[in-house]
Design a protein around this ligand. Structure first.
Ligand code: GDP
Length: 305
C-alpha cells in the first residue's frame, strides 16, 4: 500500500469489469477483498487485466480510477458495426486449442497465431482430447517454428501439468473453435470450482446482481486466465494486408531477403519467401495460409486500405 493513496493514487489491477463498474485488487484475481471502483470520466475505459491508478473516495466504498496505465498488449475485436471493442489488456499468452473433434482447421490456428504475433503475446498450441487421437503430424511444423505444442486430455489429465507450466507466470486466454474443450480445460486447471457469475463480489457490489463482462481468474499459484464471453467467442479481426506477414514469423524473417521492401510474396521477382517455400524451408501449407489470410483481409478491408 502506498503511504498516501489519497494524493498520488495507488496502482491496482482490474480484476473484473461489470459494464461501467470494476473490481480492483493489488495482484489481479477477483476475491472477497476486491475493491469496487468506477472511472473518473467517460473517456477512461479500463478492461480486465489493466493496471490502473486509483484512489479511495472520501465517505464512499467505491474507489475512483484516475488513469489507465500503458498496456503491454490489447486483445480487441471488431463488432458487427465495424467498431473496435477491447476485450482484455496485458494478456501475455494465447493458448490455441485444437482437438480431433471438431475437425481441426489449421488455417484458423494460423489466424490465431498471427493475431498473437501482432498483439503481441506468446502463443502455444494445445492438442486437447489426446485420449481420442494423437495430434496431426503437421503440428510438428509449429514446434519447429518455436511454439510450444502440448498434448492434453481432460479425461485422463495427460499433459495438464505441462500446460500449467506453459501458462505459469502468464495472463492467458484460451481460444479455438467451439467444442474443442476450452471451458473443460479451464475447469480442470482450476480443480473444478470456477464460478462464471459475478456473485463472488456480490457484497462489494451492494447486493446488485450484475453480469460480469470479464474477469481474471487465478487457476493456480501464478497462473491467471481471462474469462469472458467475448474471449470465449474471440475470433481475430481484420489485419492490414501489409501487416499479415508479421503474423507468420518464418515469412516475416525471410522477407528481409526479398528484393522489394514492400514485397507481398505473391508474384514479385527475387522473393526470398517463395524461394524458401520451393526449397521446403517454409511449409507450403503455412505459405498458403499466409496468402489466404492476406487475401481475406484485402477483400474485407477493400474500402479501408
Ligand atoms: P469449448 O466450447 O471449447 O469450451 O468446449 P467444452 O469445454 O464445452 O467441451 C466440449 C466437449 O468436449 C464436452 O462434451 C467435453 O466433455 C468434451 N471434452 C473436453 N475435453 C475433453 C478431452 O480431453 N477428451 C474428451 N474425450 N472429451 C473432452
Amino acid at each position: 500500500m502506498s503511504k498516501d493513496p489519497e494524493n498520488i493514487g495507488q496502482v491496482m489491477r482490474v480484476a473484473a469489469s461489470f459494464g461501467a463498474r470494476f473490481e480492483l485488487t493489488p495482484d489481479g484475481p477477483l476475491s472477497a477483498d476486491s475493491i469496487p471502483a468506477r472511472p473518473k470520466g467517460k473517456k477512461l475505459k479500463p478492461v480486465a487485466g489493466d493496471f490502473v491508478r486509483a484512489r479511495p473516495l472520501r465517505g464512499e466504498k467505491d474507489w475512483q480510477i484516475e488513469e489507465v496505465l500503458e498496456r503491454a498488449s490489447a486483445l480487441d475485436r471488431t463488432d458487427t458495426r465495424g467498431r473496435r471493442e477491447l476485450l482484455a489488456a496485458n494478456v501475455s499468452m494465447m493458448a490455441i486449442v485444437l482437438a480431433p473433434q471438431p475437425q481441426p482447421d489449421l488455417f484458423i490456428a494460423d489466424r490465431y497465431l498471427a493475431a498473437a504475433e501482432l498483439m503481441p503475446c506468446k502463443a502455444a498450441i494445445v492438442w486437447n482430447k489426446s485420449d481420442i487421437a494423437p495430434p496431426d503430424a503437421e503440428l510438428e511444423d509449429y514446434r519447429a517454428l518455436g511454439y510450444d505444442v502440448v498434448n492434453v486430455s481432460t479425461k485422463n489429465t495427460d499433459g495438464i501439468d505441462a500446460l500449467r507450466e506453459i501458462m505459469r507466470g502468464e495472463l492467458s486466454i484460451l481460444v479455438g473453435q467451439s467444442g474443442v474443450g476450452k471451458s473443460t480445460i479451464v475447469n480442470t486447471l482450476s480443480g473444478g470450482d470456477i464460478q462464471r457469475t459475478g456473485s463472488v463480489s456480490g457484497a462489494n457490489l451492494e447486493g446488485r446482481h450484475t453480469t460480469v463482462s470479464a474477469r481474471l481468474i487465478m487457476l493456480d499459484t501464478d497462473i491467471q486466465v481471462i474469462d469472458s464471453p467475448g474471449v470465449r467467442d474471440y475470433a481475430p479481426g481484420l489485419i492490414e494486408p501489409r501487416a499479415v506477414a508479421q503474423g507468420f514469423r518464418e515469412i516475416h524473417s525471410a522477407a528481409a531477403g526479398c528484393r522489394f521492401a514492400d514485397c507481398m510474396h505473391r508474384a514479385e521477382p527475387d522473393c526470398e519467401v517463395k524461394a524458401r517455400v520451393s526449397s521446403g524451408e517454409i511449409s507450403d501449407r503455412r505459405y498458403r495460409s499466409y496468402l489466404r489470410l492476406a487475401q481475406i483481409n484485402r477483400q474485407l478491408g477493400a474500402d479501408r486500405y
